[in-house]
Design a protein. Structure first.
Ligand SMILES: [Zn+2]
Length: 135
């Protein structure tokens, strides 16, 4: 079965190994998985809680027999999308600073102005981004 798309984001190591799945059962919330091997991705929160929960991602879609939203650790709760978005933008911004030699303030301002366009972010999401500490 195809359970729909994931979005890739930069992990703390600035590579491509984390995917975000938007929950169907809980709109506005997401689950984060990091790459184990090949097409297998493991739930980040479950790992912290000591449970081994993986999904299979092929061409940025979740493939498998059961929904990526079920069978998690009882304490594994989906994350509000706005918090993940803020983290993601923060990482992209830092990478921008490193890759293009931009000044942090410049990169930060560009990021804020792109938020609304790219994600149709609500005021709440933008204000979450503003709370981030800048470098
Ligand atoms: Zn989980």
């Amino acid at each position: 079965m195809d359970f729909g798309p994931v979005r890739r984001m930069l992990s703390h190591k600035m590579n491509d190994s984390v995917v975000v799945y938007a929950c169907n059962d809980k709109p506005g919330y997401v689950l984060k998985f990091f790459r184990k091997t090949g097409n297998d991705y493991r739930c980040c929160r479950c790992k912290e809680l000591g449970k081994y929960r993986t999904i299979t991602v092929v061409h940025d879609r979740v493939i498998g027999r059961k929904s990526p939203e079920v069978d998690h650790h009882p304490d594994c709760e989906p994350l509000p999308e706005s918090s993940v978005l803020a983290l993601e933008l923060d990482r992209e911004m830092r990478q921008d600073v490193r890759a293009h030699g931009k000044r942090p303030r410049e990169a930060y301002n560009e990021m804020l102005s792109s938020v609304a366009k790219r994600f149709k972010a609500s005021q709440e999401q933008v204000s979450n981004c503003r709370k981030l500490t800048v470098l």
